[in-house]
Design a protein around this ligand. Structure first.
Ligand code: FAD
Length: 441
């Protein structure tokens, strides 16, 4: 049998990994490879994501060692390094997960071209990054993707979800070595968020176990409540593939009310991936153009939004949480994105870029298409809806607990009054006045 290469990308796990399973079936020894790609690092590395990634690679290596193998890490260009190892070992096949960004599609094309010169086959495996492959479900009326979530979700629920794959029982040690994992600062200077979660598949499985053993039961009623912090926090583990959607679905009781509501959110992830796969330009161009729409150029307002100094406590709390944790719950993301695009009239791309800089789960499909949804240029069937930040605050943080957590300078304001500090005669040196008018002030 010839060697096979399992090229890990954002599927950093040994359980339920179609790439590793296929490589194991195709040949021995399996070379579990991860390339720290200089081009990706130059374009997308941020302190938060690099720290999470390196922790996830450390856990992946530990899990591979427990199976008798180890992770081979190389640095450089993914195609060049993979081909180099294929040449060194005479590998007959390379296995990689299918992904949706324009970048990953071009990478697979380049890999295919280079490996065919070496007589080495490239296998691109689906249902690793998403549960249902983008493009597998098509609207009955025609078209290459679903533009509306509800009909997509109906078909997604009916579609055959595969069962999770077990990790290989034993692997042969790889015949090549790699480089040691660097320190986060060697890959990306700058400080990560002080309260960043720890990456890795073992950690992800623990978060999942705790989630399904209790809190998920209240998801339907509590997911939107900012004060309860009642969502799963699984998004970074999904983004880096420390857990697969298939694994999560298998762990959830989807007959329960909480389970059903949670599964619906997981389907949103697949939905956005199938949109981006069909429309790669939607990463930075309007998915639906709004002919009479103009964005305001207002650097001062953008700076206030980024710093969490807009004078709207619920918005500022979200933005400060983003910096402190590299994460926010979905409701907070919707509020701050709606505020930037609809209340301040600022181009969604500016907000999306800033989220990409800070979110540990930053994901091109989910981030860009949710921003477009908030801005009214995306798949929202009511593109003119405008979230009022004060009504959102009253509804989803009724006692101000969430705001009090992130804005200590307002913590002494009583109850719900914290959402309108201008009524409490707050000194502008302590907390800024609102930068824009809004109904309900
Ligand atoms: P839960 O509420 O526990 O949901 C479980 C999982 O469902 C999430 O982990 C996620 O994978 C998926 N999910 C939930 N809501 C959505 C949604 N609206 N769209 C797609 N998938 C969803 N999610 C990212 O993973 N990466 C991003 O970069 C990202 N950027 C966003 C930007 C904006 C402006 C908005 C409004 C939403 C964004 N989301 C993004 C979607 C969502 O807010 C996060 O996935 C969720 O808040 C993560 O927290 P959780 O894991 O506790 O979610």
């Amino acid at each position: 049998m010839t060697a096979s290469i399992a090229l890990f990308t954002r599927d950093l796990r040994v359980h339920d990994n179609p790439v590793l399973t296929a490589a194991h079936q195709a040949g021995e020894p399996v070379i579990p490879l991860f390339v720290l790609d200089d081009d990706i690092l130059a374009r997308f590395a941020t302190p938060n994501r690099v720290r999470f990634l390196l922790a996830a690679l450390t856990e992946l290596d530990a899990e591979l060692r427990a199976l008798g193998s180890q992770l081979v890490v190389r640095r450089g260009d993914t195609v060049t390094e993979t081909a180099r190892i294929a040449e060194e070992t005479g590998a007959g096949s390379v296995h990689i997960a299918a992904d949706v960004s324009g970048y990953s599609v071009r990478r697979a094309d380049r890999l295919h071209a280079r490996l065919s010169e070496l007589d080495c086959a490239l296998h691109v495996h689906g249902s690793s990054v998403t549960a249902i492959d983008p493009g597998a479900l098509r609207p009955s009326g025609g078209g290459d993707h679903f533009a509306v979530f509800t009909p997509y979700f109906r078909r997604w629920v009916e579609a055959n979800q595969r069962t999770p794959l077990s990790a290989p029982r034993r692997l042969t040690p790889p015949p090549v070595t790699g480089v040691p994992l660097p320190e986060p600062a060697d890959l990306c200077p700058g400080s990560s968020s002080p309260q960043l979660v720890v990456g890795g598949s073992a950690t992800g499985r623990k978060v999942l176990r705790e989630w399904v053993s209790g809190p998920i039961a209240d998801y339907a009623e509590r997911a939107d409540r900012l004060d309860f912090d009642a969502t799963s926090h699984l998004s970074p583990y999904l983004h880096f593939g420390c857990l697969s959607t298939v694994q999560i679905l298998a762990a959830v009781d989807s007959a329960s009310e909480g389970g059903q509501a949670f599964v619906r959110q997981l389907a949103w992830r697949d939905f956005h991936h199938q949109v981006l796969a069909a429309r790669p330009n939607a990463a930075w161009s309007d998915y639906r153009s709004r002919p009479n729409n103009t964005w305001r150029d207002d650097p001062q307002a953008v700076r206030a939004w980024q710093a969490g100094e807009t004078g709207f406590p619920v918005v500022d709390a979200g933005m400060r949480q983003l910096r402190a944790q590299g994460w926010m719950a979905g409701r907070a993301r919707m509020i701050v994105a709606g505020f930037l695009t609809k209340s301040l009239g600022v181009d969604w791309r500016i907000g999306a870029r800033y989220f990409l800089d800070w979110l540990v789960d930053a994901d091109l499909a989910n981030n860009q298409l949710n921003w477009q949804w908030a801005a009214g240029t995306g798949t929202d069937t009511r593109p003119n809806r405008k979230l009022n930040p004060l009504r959102q605050a009253d509804r989803f943080d009724p006692d101000g607990t969430y705001v009090r957590r992130w804005l200590p300078e307002l913590a002494d304001l009583p109850g719900n009054g914290i959402h309108r500090p201008w009524r409490e005669n707050i000194d502008p040196a302590t907390y800024p006045a609102p930068i824009v008018e809004c109904a309900g002030m």
